[in-house]
Design a protein around this ligand. Sequence first.
Ligand SMILES: [Ca+2]
Ligand SMILES: [Ca+2]
Length: 308
Amino acid sequence: MYNLQVTVSDAAGQTVTSTVQVTGYSTILGHQLFYAGSSFDGTSHDTAIAPDKSPLLPGQTATFANYSSFSRGINGIMVDILRPSGNLTAADFIFRVGNDNNPSTWSTAPAPLSVTNHPIGGTAGTRIEIIWPDNAIHGQWLQVTLKGGAASTSGLAADDVFYFGSAPGEIGDDPASARVNAMDQLALRYASGGDASLSSRNDVNRDGVVGVADEQVARANTTYFLNELHLISVPGGEAAAPSFAQPAAPLIARKSAACAGTSGAGGLADRKCGAFRSRPHRQMLNRHSGPWSPFWHGANLRSARACW
Ligand SMILES: [Ca+2]
Ligand SMILES: [Ca+2]
């Protein structure tokens, strides 16, 4: 909790002071998928982060960018968070798996092998690394909920929810489907010896080579309409706004003489002062992350001048 005091004055020397109480929350910096145990993996796991994958977020519809083709399924997720309130453990998360548009009905996911916290070099951020056994999450969607709200270890204002999918052997040949079929096998056969970088669509077993083993992954994980990974649309959208606490004490420390005669319910001073109070609240609602904007002060200065 912070107390923020603002004092403004006009050309006549009349001043007004307002104090507001604000609650500081931690902030999500990012989410990553990484290929644990791949040839790119190292001690920090950072070298195995998939550069071409991003989480499916509430309100969105899935694309190839949101699911993994890794032969071992989803076995590594990272959450970067700025100034969490404490050390995060598996108890601070909810993991569910499913393959339709109703995540509330999904099953509880297999428990992760580990949840570890690491500082992000040069910042106040913390990287949470979550690792599952190979193929424990395979051919379906994983929903990750990092618990937020009052007294949460994360320090987030509200739950952070995101998704990653798994379709081993899928090369993303059809934007409208994640079905692994003969087209994927053929494409992998012809791609043999080609690009095997971290963002390669073809090195599906992530061994640093595109070859027959990748084609075999697609063959072993062939899907059809009954068991293919669906390009789901997930509910939600607007992230919850940080809370804003109004001070119990009067906001206006001193009013101008010009307003003295209009004080009281519905009077000019009250209306203007009301405007002064309401603006910081609106600014807070619009603020989801990041440091306080300098504009916040500027907006209120202009409002105060108009008032007095
Ligand atoms: Ca395909
Ligand atoms: Ca390979």
